[in-house]
Each structure stands twice: as C-alpha cells, then as structure tokens.
Design a protein around this ligand. Structure first.
Ligand code: 6PG
Length: 240
C-alpha cells in the first residue's frame, strides 16, 4: 500500500493540495481538462482551503477544472451538512472555476431519481464509456470504515453496473447519493485523506486486517489501472 504518514493534518492537506495541482497540470496538458471528485465531511476542509491560497491558486488553469462529488447527503445545497456547501465555502467560491464546470449532486427529488440524474450528467461529461475515468478522486474514511457513502452492510456495496446510486443508510436513518466502488475504481488517481486518532482503528483494519469489504467498505477501493495513495497523519496511523 502506498501510505504516506505526515506529522499533522495541515501537512496532509498541503501534500493533498500538491497532488491535486500536479494531477491537474498533467491532465490539462494532456487532455485539456481535469476532472476531480471531491469527498465530503470535515477532513477535506483543510485541503480545500490550501488550494484557495496564493501558493496554489495561480498555478492551475481553473477554467479547465471540472468539479464533481463522490457523495452527498440528502439535504439542500445550503444546508450545514451539505458536501457541496462545504466545498463552495472552502474553495469553490474563491477560485475562478466557471459555474458550468461544477456538478453538485441533486438532492431535491426522489433519491433514486437524483442518482439517475447525476449519472446522466457524468455520462454526458465522460461520453460513451463503460466507466467514468476521473483524473482524481478524493476519499475520506469513516470510523466504521465507510468511504464516500459506501457504508457497511448497505445495498450500494453490491452495485456492479451503475456509476451512481441512492443508498439507504439505516444507521443514519437517511438516504445518501454516492459514486459506486467500480465508478471510483476506474479513476486515474485515488487519494484517501485521513486524519485523527478516531480513524486509527478503521485505518488499521482496512489496511492490515483480513479482507471483509462488506464490513470494511474502504477495502473495495482498488483501482483497475490507476494509482491509489493514502495520505494520513500520525494520529490516524498510530495502529499501523
Ligand atoms: C461524507 C463523506 C464521507 C467522509 C467520511 C469521513 O459525505 O461524509 O464523503 O465519506 O469522507 O465520513 O468524514 P470526516 O472527514 O468528517 O471524518
């Protein structure tokens, strides 16, 4: 496993921002555009804020950056729990990314219909291919070893055809919309960003424990022909 351990969450964020810029510059030079799926929760806040700083903001052609989301909660886009709102507040609103390049996951209708709508948007962007090939997918890790909204013992873990699904999460008592594991696994680069001692048990189980993807969904993330890196801080790596 390509695991890099950093002293602090701030160091993880800087390394992740470096990776983002490096992948963006390569993709734009090679294909004229860079597609990235952002993860939600709190960990990415520092990365997003880093990307909006002077150090990074002027070295990417943001007009060629296309922003997608790995998952979304069933809340309006201005809700405090919205992954889109977090991304907008921490960096999308401060960078010259054209609005047409930002693809929030719809949350206003029937969950399954929202998933179909999002998949349609992805298919319009990626074209007639079996799977989307994001240039970069950011992922986090929950204390229960979920990633995106692929939670333990949920239906979405069984999906082998759809790119995006609605996933009922009993423990949350709510619907989530999420990229499926195969859709993530066809990305060119996958980057886990994990910080905090609360994630240590899950990270150790995912990386060093027996394979048990139904209970440890982050184990489902295995790129088909791309890169997988884990950028973690010392606290989350304490059991490795
Ligand atoms: C979400 C995320 C989810 C997140 C983990 C870790 O919508 O919550 O996509 O997969 O990455 O739950 O969240 P934290 O970064 O808040 O610990």
């Amino acid at each position: 496993m390509n695991v890099r351990v950093f002293d602090s969450p701030e160091d993880v964020a800087l390394a992740a921002a470096d990776r983002f810029v490096d992948r963006a510059q390569s993709a734009i030079a090679a294909r004229g555009r860079f597609s990235v799926a952002l993860s939600g929760g709190t960990t990415p806040r520092l990365v997003n804020q880093s990307l909006a700083t002077e150090k990074f903001r002027y070295i990417v052609d943001w007009s060629r950056v296309y922003i997608f989301f790995g998952d979304e909660r069933r809340v309006p886009p201005d809700h405090p729990e919205s992954n889109f709102r977090m991304a907008r507040e921490t960096f999308l609103s401060t960078l010259p990314i054209p609005g047409k390049n930002i693809y929030p996951i719809p949350t206003d209708g029937d969950p399954a219909a929202n998933a179909r709508r999002y998949e349609k948007k992805l298919r319009e962007f990626f074209g007639e291919v079996e799977w989307p090939r994001f240039d970069l997918v950011f992922l986090g890790l929950g204390e229960d070893a979920h990633t995106a909204s692929l939670f333990p013992e949920t239906e979405a873990l069984h999906e082998i055809k759809a790119w995006v699904v609605a996933n009922w999460v009993e423990k949350l008592g709510s619907w989530r919309i999420t990229l499926t594991a195969p859709a993530i696994n066809h990305a060119a680069n996958i980057l886990f960003l994990i910080t905090g001692s609360s994630k240590a048990k899950a990270l150790s189980a995912v990386l060093n424990g027996p394979r048990n993807a139904f209970e440890l969904p982050a184990q489902m993330i295995q790129p088909v022909d791309g890169s997988l890196e884990w950028l973690v801080d010392k606290d989350s790596a304490e059991l490795l």
